[in-house]
Write a protein of this length. Structure first.
Length: 480
C-alpha cells in the first residue's frame, strides 16, 4: 500500500487526501491551522459568507424600485440582540441595518462547521489527520513539532499563502487590518479605507459599502481591477461611484498609523487620508519559508513560490505541490485540481495535465464578474485572433423585471469556425451564469451550437444564447 504524506489541509491538501484514499493509499494529512486551511477558516468561505449578507442589503436597497415598501415606512426589528445604533444600509430607511456581531458570528460559525465537515469526511475515508506544524526533513519525510516523523513514498506540499504585510503598515488587528482580522470586529467600521484595488480589495470595498460603511478605495493604478477585463472593471467603477465609494486612482499608499480613534494613511503624492479603519489588501505571499524546502532541493522562484509543472511535480522526484504555495493561479478550484492531479499521477492513474485555459474565476463584488478562457488583453495584444461580441444586460427582459441595469455578457470566438474561446459575465450571480461558457470552452463548442441550445424565457442566461446568435459567422445562415 503506497504511503502518502500531505503537508497542509487546504483545498489542495484535503482533495488530494481524498483521491489518495480512494485509490487505496495510506494517507496522512498534517495541518496546523485547521482542516480546510485558510480558504475555509479565514479567507474564501468567511469573505463570501459576509458578502452574502451584503448582497441581501443591496437587494433591500433596490426593493423600492420594484414596488416594495416597508409597513408604515418602518422595519420590524429582531426582538433581541439588535444594535440600536446600527448604521443604516445604503438607500435604506432608519432602522434597517446590519448587526455586525451577528454577521461575524455567522461567518465564524459557518467556517468552523465547514472545517468539521471536511475533517469528518477525511476520517470516514480513513485519512489520518495530524494537527501539528510540520517541515520536510528529507525528500520522503515530514517531522512535526513534537519530533514525530512521518514517512511517505509520495509527499504533497500544500501550505498555502498569507496576507502580504508592508513594513510601513503593521496590522494591529483593531484599526489596521488584514482581511483575516475583519471577523473579530465588534462594530461596523464607520469609514473603511481599503488599500489595494485588486480582487480582494474590490470585494471588500463592495461588501462594506453595502453593509453601511463609508468606503475609500486606494488604487495604485488608474482604475479598479487593473488585471481584469477592462469593460467589466469600468462597469464596477461606475457602480462604486454611483453608490458612494470614493475611488482614489494612481494613489499608492506608503504608510498607515493609528491616531486617537482612527487611522491616517499617507499617500505617495504627499496627501494623507483619514478613516476609522484601514484594510490592507495588497496581495499574498507563499508559506514556503522554514519548512525545509531548500534542504531537500525543492526549487522556488523569485517570489518564493514552489516551481511545479502541469502534473504538480516539483524539482524533487516523488514530491508534489499544490495550491497558493505554487503561485500557479490563486483559486481554491485550481488548488483542488492540482492536488487531485498530483495523486492521480503519483499513483499511476490516467490524468490530463492542468489546463489553465479552461479555468473559470469570479469576483464577488456587486455585480459579480466571472471570466473563463482567453481575455480581451490577449486579443488586443495579438496573442490570439478572436471576435468579440458584447451584449448589455439592460436589454434582457428578465433583467428588466429584476431591476438589473448594470452588466453585460461578452463572448470571444475564433473567426471562421466560431469556436468559443472565452467569455465574461458581469451580473448578479455571474458565478452561476459563467458555467455554460466554461462548458463551451472546455469542450470546443461553437457559437452556433450555443445559439441553438434552449434557454428559459425569460432568463438572464438567455443573453448568452442571444450573444452567441449575434456572434455566429455570417456564412452559417446560408444553410437556413
Amino acid at each position: 500500500m503506497p504511503r502518502i504524506v500531505i503537508l497542509g489541509g487546504g483545498p489542495g491538501g484535503y482533495e488530494a487526501a481524498l483521491v489518495g484514499a480512494e485509490l487505496g493509499a495510506f494517507v496522512t494529512l498534517i495541518d496546523s491551522d485547521g482542516v480546510g486551511g485558510a480558504c475555509v477558516l479565514t479567507d474564501c468561505v468567511p469573505s463570501k459568507t459576509l458578502i452574502a449578507t451584503s448582497a441581501a442589503m443591496t437587494d433591500l436597497a433596490a426593493a423600492p424600485s420594484l414596488g416594495v415598501r416597508l409597513r408604515d415606512g418602518e422595519c420590524v426589528l429582531p426582538e433581541e440582540g439588535w444594535d440600536a445604533g446600527a448604521v443604516p444600509g445604503p438607500g435604506l430607511p432608519p432602522g434597517v441595518g446590519v448587526d455586525i456581531e451577528r454577521v461575524h458570528a455567522r461567518v465564524r460559525g459557518l467556517a468552523a462547521a465547514q472545517s468539521r465537515d471536511i475533517e469528518t469526511r477525511l476520517e470516514k475515508e480513513a485519512v489520518r489527520v495530524v494537527h501539528a506544524r510540520g517541515r520536510l526533513v528529507g525528500p520522503h519525510a515530514v517531522e512535526v513539532d513534537s519530533g514525530e516523523a512521518f514517512f511517505g513514498d509520495i509527499i504533497l506540499i500544500a501550505t498555502g499563502a498569507s496576507p502580504r504585510i508592508l513594513p510601513t503598515v503593521v496590522p494591529d488587528g483593531e484599526r489596521i487590518l488584514t482581511w483575516r482580522h475583519l471577523y473579530d470586529l465588534r462594530k461596523l467600521p464607520e469609514h473603511l479605507i481599503v488599500v489595494g484595488s485588486g480582487v480582494t480589495g474590490a470585494e471588500f470595498a463592495s461588501a462594506y459599502q453595502a453593509l453601511g460603511a463609508n468606503v475609500t478605495l486606494v488604487s495604485s493604478r488608474d482604475r479598479v481591477l487593473p488585471g481584469e477585463d477592462p469593460d467589466a472593471a469600468r462597469v464596477l467603477e461606475e457602480v462604486f461611484q454611483r453608490r458612494g465609494v470614493t475611488v482614489l486612482g494612481r494613489a499608492r499608499a506608503e504608510a498607515a498609523r493609528r491616531v486617537d480613534d482612527g487611522v491616517e494613511v499617507d499617500l505617495a503624492d504627499g496627501r494623507t487620508i483619514t478613516g476609522s479603519h484601514v484594510l490592507m489588501a495588497v496581495g499574498s505571499v507563499p508559506r514556503t519559508s522554514d519548512i525545509g524546502l531548500a534542504e531537500v532541493g525543492i526549487r522556488r522562484n523569485a517570489t518564493g513560490h514552489i516551481e511545479v509543472d502541469r502534473m504538480s511535480r516539483t524539482s524533487v522526484p516523488g514530491v508534489y505541490a499544490a495550491g497558493d504555495c505554487t503561485g500557479v493561479l490563486p483559486l481554491a478550484s485550481v488548488a483542488a485540481m492540482q492536488g487531485r492531479i498530483a495523486m492521480w499521477h503519483a499513483l499511476g492513474e490516467a490524468v490530463t495535465p492542468l489546463r489553465l485555459g479552461t479555468v473559470s474565476s469570479n469576483i464577488f463584488t456587486e455585480p459579480e464578474i466571472a471570466t473563463v478562457g482567453i481575455s480581451q488583453k490577449m486579443i488586443e495584444s495579438g496573442v490570439v485572433a478572436a471576435q468579440t461580441t458584447i451584449l448589455p444586460l439592460a436589454r434582457n427582459p428578465r433583467a428588466k423585471m429584476q431591476g438589473i441595469t448594470d452588466g453585460f455578457v461578452k463572448l470571444f470566438c475564433r473567426p471562421g469556425s466560431g469556436s468559443v474561446l472565452g467569455g465574461v459575465v458581469v451580473a448578479p450571480r455571474a458565478s452561476e451564469m459563467i458555467f455554460p461558457v466554461s462548458l463551451a470552452v472546455a469542450n470546443g463548442l461553437t457559437v452556433d451550437q450555443v445559439a441553438h441550445t434552449f434557454t428559459i424565457y425569460p432568463s438572464v442566461s438567455g443573453s448568452l444564447t442571444e450573444a452567441a446568435r449575434i456572434a455566429m459567422p455570417r456564412d452559417l445562415f446560408a444553410s437556413f
